[in-house]
Design a protein around this ligand. Structure first.
Ligand code: SAM
Length: 218
């Protein structure tokens, strides 16, 4: 259980990490506080745990990564999370991003493509005492059985915006999704103003692992 101990040393490193992310432009104090509250080292393999408070992505097995903290903060800020929001996360990975949304008061639905990763993260979140709704499957098609959502967050790089995700948003809902080629993607924020009007905003480029599945990379 050593791995789940949070010490003053860890808190000090988190404080420094939050300072770094703030200097890179994240302004939402609630998002910064959630990053400060959540021990990122809990989500790491023991071999890499000493790197947990670097502002970098790291491997989590199955060829996947836990996103860079700045990227997590950037996407979370764009989502404008409100207490009670029903949020679909596509790409559960380690469970770190989903737990940040949970801390912000969202009701989180999260879907992971890789079976082994899904199983491991499900058991880990249970041990951590974090309860959100986890699913295994192809999130490029969304999660229609629980739609509509206030917000949808895609944490893997997509070739296009899947129409199905727009369909599963409530009116007024927000979709945050990185879209581009396999090596670099522009962060997009799409706000569904009505069934026929979606407003698109474009932000900086990021480098995500590919979104697989029907509406992802083949
Ligand atoms: N949000 C994660 C976290 O906090 O650790 C990091 C996500 S990692 C950058 C992207 C994740 O998306 C990987 O775990 C990958 O297996 C998953 N993924 C890729 N395509 C997917 C799909 N079609 N449906 C669901 N998950 C998918």
């Amino acid at each position: 259980m050593l791995r789940l101990q949070d010490t003053y040393l860890h808190k000090g490193k988190r404080k420094a990490l939050v300072k770094t992310i703030r200097e890179k432009g994240i302004k939402d104090e609630r998002v910064l506080d959630a990053i400060y509250q959540l021990p990122r080292h809990f989500f790491f393999d023991s071999a890499l745990v000493s790197h947990a408070y670097e502002d970098k992505a790291f491997p989590i097995g199955e060829g996947q990564t836990i996103s860079q903290p700045y990227t997590v903060a950037f996407q979370t800020e764009l989502l404008e999370v409100k207490e009670g929001d029903k949020i679909l996360e596509i790409g559960t990975g380690s469970g770190y991003q989903g737990t940040i949304l949970h801390i912000l008061g969202a009701e989180v639905y999260s879907i992971e493509y890789q079976k082994k990763l899904y199983e491991r993260t499900r058991k880990f979140l249970e041990r951590l005492g974090v309860s959100f709704h986890l699913f295994q499957g192809d999130g490029s098609k969304g999660l229609p059985q629980h739609a509509p959502y206030d917000k949808i967050l895609v944490t893997a790089g997509a070739p296009v915006v899947p129409n199905e995700l727009i369909r599963q948003l409530k009116i007024g809902g927000i979709l945050v999704i990185p879209v581009g080629d396999r090596s670099s993607q522009k962060m997009l924020k799409l706000t569904k103003q009505s069934n026929t009007k979606v407003v698109k905003e474009e932000f900086d480029s990021f480098a995500f692992v590919p979104l697989l599945g029907k509406d992802g990379w083949k």
